[in-house]
Structures are given as structure tokens and as C-alpha cells.
Design a protein around this ligand. Structure first.
Ligand SMILES: [Zn+2]
Length: 112
């Protein structure tokens, strides 16, 4: 089964929000419907993290902010050797972190 992250679409103006909010940031409406966030989009910017906490099992981690197609901006991990702002990316839900007790899932982007 394909896994998804749910976004919150305003039932009045149809703006998509993630994470959820009490009121729509565009029109102030308080009714939302949930639907899966789009997974593809454009990489806006990124950063490479060094000196990660010990529960990250990798030497460095690249985080990017992606403008999803028809959706909000979202932060996710990049699995891209040479990321460039403006490039197309495709996302999926995967394990972004493990500790002794739990695995944490999140959005992971690769070059489209
Ligand atoms: Zn709205």
C-alpha cells in the first residue's frame, strides 16, 4: 500500500494546508477535508547538516524545502547527490530516523 501524508484542504477556497490549522490562512474558514499531499514538486532550497545526533545512522543529512505541485511547501530529506534549487523532485514516504524504540517516517525526495 502506498503511504501518504494527509494535507488539509479548505472546503471554501480549496487552499491546501500542511500541517493542519484551526483556520484557513487565506479565507479564515474553519472546515477542512483531508486528502493525500502531492509528492512531486520543485526544490526551493536545501541545507546539509553535519554533527547529527547519534540516532541518525548517516554521516550527513540533506534537508530541502519543496514546493509541492498544487500543494503547500514541505520540508523533507533529500537523497540527491548534487541538489540544485529549482530542480524537479519526486517524493515518497520512508524511514527518516530510527532510535532504540521507534522508526520515524517522513517525506524523502529524489531527483525526478
Ligand atoms: Zn480557505
Amino acid at each position: 500500500m502506498e503511504r501518504n501524508i494527509l494535507g488539509y484542504r479548505c472546503s471554501k477556497c480549496e487552499r491546501m494546508h500542511y500541517p493542519n490549522r484551526a483556520r484557513c490562512s487565506a479565507c479564515g474558514n474553519i472546515d477542512f477535508t483531508t486528502e493525500p499531499l502531492p509528492k512531486n514538486g520543485v526544490l526551493l532550497t536545501y541545507t546539509v547538516l553535519y554533527n547529527l545526533p547519534p540516532d541518525f545512522d548517516v554521516p550527513t543529512l540533506t534537508l530541502g524545502i519543496v514546493q509541492l505541485d498544487g500543494g503547500p511547501r514541505i520540508t523533507g530529506q533529500l537523497r540527491i547527490d548534487e541538489p540544485k534549487s529549482g530542480m524537479r523532485v519526486q517524493g515518497h514516504i520512508g524511514v527518516v530516523r530510527k532510535d532504540n524504540y521507534k522508526t520515524h517516517n517522513g517525506m524523502i525526495f529524489e531527483a525526478a
